[in-house]
Design a protein around this ligand. Structure first.
Ligand code: FRU
Length: 494
C-alpha cells in the first residue's frame, strides 16, 4: 500500500469515528470524514453492495480525489471500509476521478477510474490530462495495474479532447465482452459519449461514439451510464453548463435521461425521448447497479456544483448520496421509486383519510418528524371548484420550514427551502411541471434529517433537496387556499 493511501486510511479512521451517528443522515450515505462527491463503483460483489465515492478525507471541500468505500447488504445500513484509492501514481497525481466497478471472470473486483495528470504547455501554463486506469482487488484492498493507464489520448476518436475524457461506467454484455461508456468533449466543445470494449477488462478498444450532444443539452456530458431497461436503452448523463428549457431542464449542472433504441450495427443510440432525472435542487452524477434480482437501482450525489455554497461548514463531513431508487420505464418515461428495502424501516404507521382543509392551515396528530416516509394524496373537495393552492410544510418550527406547494391550475409543484436555515443567497426554489390533471396529486415524501426526496405520482418525477435545518424543527403542516381533501399515511423510518 502506498504511503499516501496509508495516511488517508489512518486519518479517516481517527477522525471518522469521532462523528456521532446522530449528526449524520440516518440511512443516506455520507463520507466517513471530509468531502464527498459522485457515487463511483456502485456494484454487487461477493454478497454485498459496494459503493465508492469521490472523496477528500482531509477537508470539507473538493481536493485531492481519493475513493471512499462503503458496503451494505440492504442499501440502507452502510458500513465504512478503508479508502480504496489515493492519487498516488504519476499518472493520477491530480486525482482518481469518477469510475465504476465490476467482477472479473476470475472473481476479483475491477475498479476503472479516470486518472488525472498535468501537462505543461509551451507558455508554462498547466492543464489536466485525463486517461482511464484500472485497479484490482478483493473488495477491500486494491492494486493499481502496472500497465496503467489503459485508455489514453491515442484511443480517442478524431477531434476528441484529452482534457475532458472521464468517468468510465463498465458492464458485462451477453456477448462475453466488457463494455464501458466514457464522457468526452468533441471539437465543437459540447459533449459526447464514447463506447469501448474489452475481452478481459485490461485491454480496451474503441467501438463507437454512442451518443452526441451537439450542444443540445449543455456542454460536456459527465458521468454517463448506459443499460437496457423494460425493452429500451437508457443513457443517463450529467451535463455541465445547461441552459434552461421550460421547467424540464434548469440552468447549470443538470441531469439527463435519454430513452431510445441501440442500433446494433453502428453501436449508436437512437433517441426517442429525453427528460431530466431529478427536478429538485440537489442531484447530480447518478450511477446505477443491476441488483442480483434484476432490479436496476440508481443512486445520485444529493448535491449539485451550482448550489454548494449552501453548506454550513461546522460539521466534519459534507455531502450525501440520494436514496437508492429502483428504475423502470413506462410510456417513454423513466420512473423512480424508493427501493423496497425501505419498507422494512417503516414503523409507527399513522393514517388519515378524506381530511378536508378549507382555507386553512392544519396539523395532524402524530404527523411530524425528520426521518419519515409520508404518502399524500391531494384532491379537490369539489371537482367543479378546484382549490387554488395546496402547501405542505415540513422541517418546521416558528423560525424554519421547507415548503412544497402545488397549484392545480398550472399543474406546477414547487419546492422552497429558503427558510431551511441557509445563510447563502443561492437557488432555494425549484418548480416542476407535473403531469396529469388537477383531480389527484400523489406525493411520497422521504425525510432523513438533512434532506427531502419527493416522489411525484408514483415516481414519474422526483425532486431532491438537502436542508441544514436544526433537527428540533420537526413539525409538519398542511395548507389549502380553497378546499382540498387529503389522505395521509405516515411512518417513522427507524
Ligand atoms: C462530476 C465530476 C466528474 C469527475 C469528478 C471529479 O461531478 O466532475 O466528471 O470525475 O466529478 O471529482
Amino acid at each position: 500500500m502506498s504511503e499516501m493511501l496509508e495516511k488517508a486510511r489512518k486519518y479517516e479512521d481517527e477522525q471518522g469515528k469521532q462523528i456521532k451517528a446522530e449528526d449524520r443522515p440516518a440511512f443516506h450515505v455520507s463520507p466517513y470524514v471530509g468531502w464527498m462527491n459522485d457515487p463511483n463503483g456502485f456494484s454487487y460483489y461477493q454478497g454485498e453492495y459496494h459503493l465508492f465515492y469521490q472523496y477528500n478525507p482531509y477537508d470539507t471541500h473538493w481536493d485531492s480525489m481519493h475513493w471512499g468505500h462503503v458496503v451494505s447488504k440492504d442499501l440502507l445500513h452502510w458500513e465504512y471500509l478503508p479508502a480504496a484509492l489515493a492519487p498516488d501514481e504519476d499518472y493520477d497525481k491530480i486525482g482518481c476521478f469518477s469510475g465504476s466497478a465490476i467482477e472479473l471472470d476470475d472473481g476479483r473486483q475491477l475498479l476503472m477510474y479516470t486518472a488525472v495528470d498535468h501537462e505543461t504547455l509551451e507558455d508554462g501554463s498547466k492543464r489536466d490530462i485525463q486517461t482511464q486506469a484500472v485497479a484490482v482487488g478483493d473488495g477491500r484492498d486494491y492494486v493499481k495495474y502496472e500497465k496503467n493507464p489503459v485508455l489514453t489520448e491515442k484511443d480517442l476518436p478524431e477531434g476528441a479532447s484529452k482534457v475532458d475524457f472521464r468517468d468510465p461506467k463498465i458492464w458485462k454484455e451477453k456477448d462475453g465482452y466488457f463494455y464501458c461508456v466514457i464522457g468526452s468533449r468533441p471539437a465543437d466543445g459540447s459533449g459526447q459519449i464514447l463506447l469501448y470494449r474489452s475481452a478481459n477488462g485490461f485491454d480496451w478498444e474503441f467501438v463507437s461514439i454512442l451518443a452526441e450532444n451537439k450542444k443540445r443539452f449543455g456542454k460536456m456530458w459527465e458521468c454517463p451510464d448506459f443499460f437496457e431497461l423494460d425493452g429500451k436503452h437508457i443513457l443517463l448523463t450529467s451535463p455541465q453548463d445547461m441552459l434552461p428549457e421550460g421547467l424540464e431542464y434548469h440552468t447549470g449542472n443538470g441531469t439527463l435521461c435519454i430513452i431510445g433504441e441501440m442500433d446494433k450495427d453502428t453501436y449508436t443510440l437512437k433517441e426517442q425521448f429525453n427528460q431530466s432525472v431529478d427536478y429538485g435542487i440537489d442531484f447530480y452524477a447518478m450511477q446505477t447497479v443491476e441488483a442480483p434480482d434484476g432490479r436496476r437501482i440508481m443512486i445520485g450525489w444529493m448535491q449539485n456544483w451550482d448550489t454548494l455554497a449552501h453548506r454550513c461548514n461546522d460539521s466534519k463531513w459534507f455531502a450525501q448520496m440520494s436514496l437508492p431508487r429502483e428504475l423502470s420505464v413506462k410510456n417513454g418515461r423513466l420512473y423512480q421509486t424508493p427501493i423496497k428495502e425501505l419498507d422494512a424501516l417503516r414503523k409507527n404507521r399513522v393514517e388519515y383519510n378524506d381530511v378536508v382543509i378549507d382555507n386553512d392551515t392544519i396539523t395532524l396528530d402524530r404527523v411530524e418528524g425528520r426521518t419519515i416516509d409520508m404518502e399524500l394524496v391531494i384532491r379537490p373537495e369539489d371537482k367543479e371548484n378546484v382549490y387554488k393552492k395546496f402547501a405542505l410544510r415540513f422541517a418546521q418550527n416558528e423560525k424554519f420550514h421547507t415548503e412544497l406547494s402545488f397549484r392545480p391550475y398550472e399543474s406546477v409543484l414547487k419546492i422552497d427551502r429558503k427558510f431551511s436555515g441557509t445563510e447563502r443567497a443561492l437557488v432555494h426554489q425549484r418548480r416542476c411541471q407535473v403531469n396529469g390533471d388537477a383531480n389527484e396529486l400523489k406525493l411520497r415524501v422521504i425525510l432523513d434529517r438533512f434532506s427531502a426526496e419527493v416522489f411525484i405520482n408514483d415516481g414519474e418525477q422526483v425532486m431532491s433537496v438537502v436542508m441544514f435545518t436544526e433537527q428540533e424543527a420537526n413539525g409538519i403542516s398542511f395548507f389549502a387556499d380553497g378546499a382540498a381533501k387529503i389522505d395521509v399515511v405516515k411512518y417513522d423510518l427507524v
